[in-house]
Design a binder for this molecule. Structure first.
Ligand SMILES: [Zn+2]
Length: 141
């Protein structure tokens, strides 16, 4: 099988890493810029030499929204008007941002959620065995 670092810089590779419990960005070997979602060419210096870099998964909440009427796959997980969930944008210590489910907060009470709260990434497996997928979540401390 191919070396991990030789995986193409695509969403499919990113998702495969997620399923392995790894949050990976692509890093430009020329200028060191990190990209998430991964890019195959560096928009900063136009370098084409990218490598995979594992992120520590530590960061801070920079934006969020609480969802009362979500897509059907979230309804299937038990979320509803009465049981909303929270999604947001997290800025990781490495300087890249990700969107993630936000855990450890009260989605019924958005005013209790603080921008800038620190936390760490978790990996959530959703769906049944036929269509299992891993999504990024961020747990506020
Ligand atoms: Zn570059």
């Amino acid at each position: 099988m191919s070396e991990p670092n030789s995986r193409p810089f695509t969403a499919a590779s990113f998702n495969k890493y997620l399923s392995e419990g790894k949050l990976m960005a692509s890093r430009c070997r020329s200028c060191g810029a990190l990209y998430l979602p991964p890019r195959a060419i560096c928009p900063s210096c136009y370098g084409e030499e990218m490598e995979w870099a594992e992120l520590a998964g530590r960061g801070r909440l920079v934006a969020f929204t609480c969802i009362h009427v979500g897509p059907s796959f979230m309804n299937a997980e038990g979320y509803s008007r009465e049981n909303p969930y929270c999604t947001g944008i997290v800025e990781l210590e490495e300087g890249v941002k990700i969107s993630a489910r936000i855990l450890g907060v009260d989605a019924r009470n958005p005013s209790s959620i603080r921008i800038g709260s620190p936390g760490s990434v978790e990996f959530l497996v959703s769906g049944d065995s036929g269509a299992r997928r891993t999504v990024v979540a961020f747990r506020i401390e």
